[in-house]
Structures are given as C-alpha cells and as structure tokens.
Design a protein around this ligand. Structure first.
Ligand code: F6R
Ligand code: MG
Length: 372
C-alpha cells in the first residue's frame, strides 16, 4: 500500500495574497529532498496555487501519520520564518497553533490523503485551488463520477456502470453520510448543492471497491472561530481502468461554474482552470484558480507532474470565467455576487446591528401586510 498525501498551507503571500515567494518554494523542495533521503517519504514534490504551498508526498505511513504531518508542520514553520524575514503578507496565516500534537487536524493546514494498492499503471491528478472553499469540488466530482453527460464511461464501460459511492461531510454538525449513486442521486444533490456546508470527502467505485477520490474538508473559519482565510482546498483523483478517464475528470472544469471565495472570501466568483504559470489570482483577489497536476505513481514514485490545464482546450473556460467575472462584479456589494450574510468571511453586521439597534422602528401600520 502507498499513501499519497497533499498537505497545504498559506504561510505568507507575495504580494498580498496572490502568490508564494520563490524562497519559500526552494525551502520546501529542499526539505522534501531530505525527507526522501531519510526514507520518511518515498517521493515528494512541491507546488503552488496562489498564496498556498502544497507538499505532494508519497509514503508508507498511511493517512493521518504523525511522522508525515509533523514533517509538513515543520516545513510550514520554516516557510513562515522566511515570510517573516521578508515581511511577506500574512506570515504564518494558516498555522493556528503554537505546538504540534499528533496530527494536523484542527491546526490550520489543509490535507487530502489517499491510501491504495498501486495498480500496474496508476494515473492520478492532484488538484489545487486558491480563493475558494472545499465545497468547490462538489460540482466537478458530481459531474465526473455521476453525470453521464460528462462521463461516457458511466454508460459504456461495464466497470463503471454500477456507479460510485460518495461520502459527504456536514461541516457544521461534524457528521457524515454515504450516498449510493446513481440510486440516490437526487437525495445527494439536495445536500451537495449547498457546498458551503456539505462537502464530498471521498468517492469509491462500487465495482472495483477502490477509493478514487480524497478531498480536503477543513473550514478554517469554523476551526478558528473567526476569519482566517478561505480554506483553499486540494483534492486527489485516481483515473482510468474502471474509474473516470483523465479527460472525464478534467471535463467539468470546461465550465466556469461559480464557488464561494474570491475577495475577502465573501463572494461568488467563477472557477478558472489555469496552468501553474497563471495560478496567481489578482483581479478582485480572484477569480478563484484551480490547477491540475497529473502524475503516474510508479513504485511510489511521482512520475510527473504534467500541468494539465496548460492546454488550449480550456481557453474557452478561461474566457467564460472572465465574462462571468465581469457580470458578477457589476453587482458590487449585492447578492448573488456577495455571499449570503451567514457565509460572509468578513462582516460588519454584528457591529451595525448593535450601533443601529435603537434606530429601528416598527413599520407604519398600513405597510404591515394584513393576515389572509
Ligand atoms: C481571500 C483572501 C483575500 C483577503 C483580502 C483582504 O481568501 O485571502 O481576498 O481576504 O485581500 O485581506 P486583509 O484583510 O488581510 O487585508
Ligand atoms: Mg490562499
């Protein structure tokens, strides 16, 4: 068995919240090389999307391993020190605790981990997003694993015809449920269509009994009890041979669907699939970016990455993103661009309610609708 872990954190932005400084990336690469030489990891790669630094690692310690999580924590402490030295923005932003204890749960960094027995050929895609929330994966996962208009294999591949099981987390009440699809498609959509609260955590094949997907599902704002940045999710998807083909996994991103995030984590904005080179959200701190790094995992080694959205066939999606962004921006502080009150990451509402409490008066009687 091999475990693929993506562990990520924003430990300082260059400039503002738009990118990671090259010195931080170099430090992460060096630490990963040392961890491979010390045999903690089988292989490791680092990658960035916006202001988030991801450690992509293969190892034999399983998910939630203390050794692997504490290694990542140490790397993020080190990149925080670099950010502090250079005066980068929000140095150490996602490190919510002073000391590491056991694993990273509730400590700030996000992670997606998937343990599997390597198939003779093991194509995987590591998705990294910035300026959005974990529920941003709901729509593309639904399309790739449950929508026959996206995924031809659901109809014409006998290994996929039985469908997939989806594990969905309720982030508010910290509980989970499994949906058996296609039988329970409509039930599942009622929940995952509300992605600020319900988030797909994993997906498994009913035919192969293999886990195909792992997402990061932390919500930093819920962990910290106050705004500390959207949680900028990551996701691992295994492909092919009875799982959706690479092209079926990428196809949902040809549509500029909107997700919560963007400026101050408080706006709906379209997801823009981009190459690593373009993963630097700048306009209105957005639009949210997603990069897709393809690897062949072989004997635990990460053969790759291939920068999968570095492809002109996603140009239309990028153009559509800009169009949708223009349209939504013109709403300014109005919904549906601005998120509903309960999902705002920044708000002045509590303060305003208190300050204006005395000024509210009952509506004039004539304006009160009479009971029917
Ligand atoms: C969104 C994000 C940014 C910041 C914005 C304000 O996830 O990170 O949009 O919220 O740049 O940042 P502060 O309050 O740090 O000035
Ligand atoms: Mg970020």
């Amino acid at each position: 068995m091999v475990t693929l872990s993506i562990i990520k954190a924003d430990t300082g932005g260059f400039v503002g919240h738009s990118a990671v400084h090259p010195d931080m990336v170099s430090a992460a690469k060096e630490a990963l090389n040392t961890a491979v030489a010390d045999r903690l990891l089988v292989d490791g790669a680092s990658a960035c999307c916006g202001d988030d630094l991801s450690l992509i690692m293969t190892h034999e310690h399983g998910p939630d391993s203390e050794a692997v999580h504490s290694f990542a924590w140490d790397v993020f402490r080190q990149t925080t020190r670099i950010a502090q030295r250079l005066g980068l923005y929000g140095a150490g932003q996602d490190l919510l605790s002073d000391a590491f204890s056991g694993n990273l749960r509730g400590m700030g960094p996000g992670y997606a981990e998937l343990e599997f027995t390597e198939r003779p050929s093991e194509p995987v895609v590591c998705f990294l997003a910035d300026k959005t929330e974990p529920g941003a994966w709901n729509l593309p996962l639904y399309k790739a694993f449950a929508d026959p208009f996206n995924t031809a294999g659901l109809v014409i591949d006998s290994k996929m015809h039985a469908g997939f099981r989806f594990e969905v987390y309720d982030l508010y009440e910290e509980k989970r449920i499994w949906f058996d699809c296609p039988r329970e498609l409509y039930e599942m959509l009622m929940f995952i269509g509300a992605p600020a609260r319900y988030v797909i955590h994993s997906v498994e094949s009913k035919t192969l009994h293999e886990q195909a997907v792992a997402t990061s599902t932390q919500r930093l704002s819920l962990i910290a009890g106050k705004y500390v940045g959207k949680d900028d999710p990551v996701m691992i998807v295994r492909c092919q041979s009875g799982l959706p083909a690479l092209g079926e996994v990428l196809e949902p991103f040809s549509f500029a669907y909107t997700a919560g995030g963007c400026m101050r984590g408080s706006h709906h904005a379209p997801m823009m699939p981009v190459s690593v080179r373009d993963a630097h959200p700048a306009r209105f701190d957005g639009p949210p970016r997603v990069v897709a790094l393809g690897f062949q995992v072989h004997d635990g080694m990460l053969i790759g990455p291939r920068d999968l959205f570095d492809d002109p066939s996603f140009d239309r999606a990028r153009a559509q993103t800009n169009e949708v962004m223009d349209y939504l921006r013109r709403h300014g502080p109005f919904e549906p661009h601005r998120l509903p009150l309960e999902d705002l990451e920044y708000t002045t509402m509590a303060e305003l309610e208190e300050r204006l409490a005395e000024r509210w008066q009952p509506m004039p009687q004539a304006a009160v609708p009479s009971p029917r």
